[in-house]
Design a protein around this ligand. Sequence first.
Ligand SMILES: *Cc1c(COP(=O)(O)O)cnc(C)c1O
Length: 413
Amino acid sequence: MTNHNTQKPCAIPFTQSGSSPPASPTLQTLAIHAGQGPDPATGSILTPIHQTATFAQPELGETTSPDGHTYSRCSNPTVSALEANLAGLEGVPHALAFKTGLAAITNLLFTVLQAGDHVIAGEVSYGGTVRLLRDLFVRFGVSCTFLDVTDASAVAGAIQANTRLLFVETPANPTLAVCDLSALGNIARENGVLFAVDNTFLTSVIQPVFCHGAHVAILSTTKYVEGHDSTTGGALLTDHPELFDRLQLTRSATGSIQAPFDAWLTLRGLKTLPLRLKQHSDSARFLAEQLLEDSRVKAVHYPTLPSDPGHRVARRQQNAGGGILSFELDSKAVRPFLSALKLTTLAENLGAVETLITHPATMTHAQLSVAERSRLGIAPGLLRLSVGLEDPADILADLQTALEASHILEVQA
Ligand SMILES: *Cc1c(COP(=O)(O)O)cnc(C)c1O
């Protein structure tokens, strides 16, 4: 990877207030309009769902639309509208949409890696990413070092002559540990390594990544981007035309493009992404502060809390805390606490309008050994909360009632 000095300034506000009109549209406006306008054929205010496998060609070598659509495994107008919207929000020229987040990650790995290459990835990465690198790509001669990416000097020390890719996510799931994107971006640039950031937890609305030297951003659109628990999807974003061309070829070759209807639902979800993330963040911060005060809660992890070890870095690279927090109870309290919840649902997903809670030790991170979990800080009493858009006072009441119930049971036991 060659050097890139096209980094953009990182300060992106949620909204601009005041009487003077903004110099360029803010994210809130872009989310609604970028890459979309009324349908030129019918005036339909929403992008139509082009539910078709193929497109008629008027002559040999010609296409009906100037965008050159021929077959929906390669491109489709509804999917292209979603891609234009995602790219507009991120402020980069290129986006590609996939059927799932893991399909997007698989395409990235297939595109940039070959036998003999080495990858460095965060040790607290999404389980599916770890499985891909550790169990599948190893069979094709790709090696991977998993390490604590919050320690930038450890990352620099792990670079080998054949290191091709640095892959991180921040905040990490479920510890919410924050890694320093600009320090890692510098290490990647100095060593000619491709830098990929899985930005699913915050998206560019809260955490722009290209200004820190990322070459590729990854989104599982299943989470906040679509935001309503109605689709699975993924996206890759890049500011590199040549990398984009190769990613697009891989997508056509592997057949992993997003479906038109799911693209349409995602496009609809995107229109409210900045507003939703603002509320998710405000509610999560409120709940994190309340839980921190509660003597029945042993620890609270939320990146922008002053008590959090990552808060200085988080404040530099995030403009809000995001909608996910984790907290630790006495391990004996977990089961009674979870069964006493009424509004909050026990489930594996995150990033949607409903508040969901997960017990990482037995759910998302059950495949790790006890020793491994304890080394990574995934205690048996740790719970991850994806704070939804219900009234935060109602969510708090639900948590407090369940804490009370679990505490009474604990005292009795
Ligand atoms: C969910 C998730 C993925 C995988 O996305 P799918 O859409 O489930 O395939 C990747 N990275 C992170 C951080 C995730 O939360």
